[in-house]
Design a protein around this ligand. Structure first.
Ligand code: AMP
Length: 308
């Protein structure tokens, strides 16, 4: 089992969906990723919070075995973000982003984590993602997530960091915007041409597709009848994918295909409650059960009428 070095945002989120509202709850790309990935492998988290950050959240992360040596606690207010989902739950409006202590964040990787084999650069300013890469020695796998904001305002830094990672994850809208093409496979190929070996495109409730040197593989969205809050599904998905790869210590195409299903399963649980609530109680047996349902869901019989 390999441990994962994670750098990303921790925030206090205010979330509105057609099914309810939650104020100042634990959020941020790193929180979702860490709670998901720690179901599979040890995670060390590097992030920043202010002096208003509730101890209960620190305790929750610690109770999942997440190593918080690299968590900086500085005077000031914690990063805050608020978003509202429309009725279809796929489109979201950001209502407010307050960087607060994030504005002066400089990631400092603890000495013990500089040798990490797996590095996940969750969604933060690409300049900060580059600063992390300057501090790690020889990771075997570096993966990155990003968002439309950085494509808009920090394109050069994003280009630079994408050229230096092995795996890129983006949602469909971001991949189209970044590659400037509507077709998702073409968008993935254009990102691959910049250096990464693998591109994973997340399509919300419609599943995901991975494009790599060995081909293309797609997983549908798990059909749920009770979606409450899609926030963090992409980060939790990435936590499931990278966590599973770390637990197998193998990054082959067949392991990656299984990892994609794990990511989809973890993402599907995440959206069934507000914020990190469902992730916080999720267990591996629950994941394995839904993985089995996923296999049944996607099994296609041969067209000649025989059983597979
Ligand atoms: P997702 O739903 O996967 O896009 O992730 C939502 C999480 O991203 C929320 O918990 C936010 O706190 C966090 N977030 C939103 N905007 C930013 C930003 N500009 N930088 C870092 N994290 C952000």
């Amino acid at each position: 089992m390999t441990s994962i070095l994670l750098v990303g945002s921790i925030g206090l989120d205010t979330l509105e969906t057609p099914f309810g509202r939650a104020e100042d709850v634990l959020g941020g790309s790193a929180s979702y990723f860490a709670l998901a990935a720690s179901l599979y492998a040890p995670v060390s988290m590097v992030a920043v919070v202010g002096d208003d950050f509730p101890d209960a959240h620190v305790n929750l992360l610690e109770s999942h075995g997440i190593d918080l040596t690299g968590l900086q606690r500085v005077p000031g207010k914690t990063f805050r973000w608020s978003g509202r989902y429309r009725y279809d739950m796929n489109s979201r409006d950001t209502l407010d982003t307050q960087l607060n202590v994030f504005a002066d964040f400089r990631p400092e990787i603890p000495e013990a984590d500089r040798e990490s084999e797996i590095v996940f650069l969750a969604n933060i300013h690409p300049q900060l993602q580059l600063q992390v890469l300057e501090q790690v020695r020889q990771p075997r796998l570096v993966a990155l997530d990003s968002m439309n904001l950085w494509i808009d305002i920090a394109r050069d830094a994003l280009d630079e960091v994408i050229a230096r990672v092995d795996v890129v994850t983006m949602n469909d809208e971001e991949a189209r915007q970044y590659a400037d093409t509507y077709n998702l496979v073409a968008a993935a190929q254009s990102i691959l041409a910049r250096g990464p070996k693998t591109v994973i495109i997340k399509k919300g409730e419609h599943g995901c597709v991975v494009v790599g040197q060995s081909g293309v593989f797609a997983v549908p969205g798990y059909p749920l009848d009770d979606v409450q809050d899609p926030t963090g599904a992409g980060d939790a998905f990435a936590g499931g994918v990278i966590g599973y790869l770390a637990s197998r210590n193998d990054y082959s195409w067949s392991t990656l295909r299984r990892a994609l299903v794990h990511g989809s399963v973890v993402g599907s649980f995440t959206v069934q409650s507000f914020g990190v609530d469902r992730l916080a109680t999720l267990t591996r047996p629950e994941i394995e059960d839904r993985y089995t349902l996923f296999r049944e869901l996607t099994m296609i019989e041969p067209s000649d009428g025989t059983d597979a």
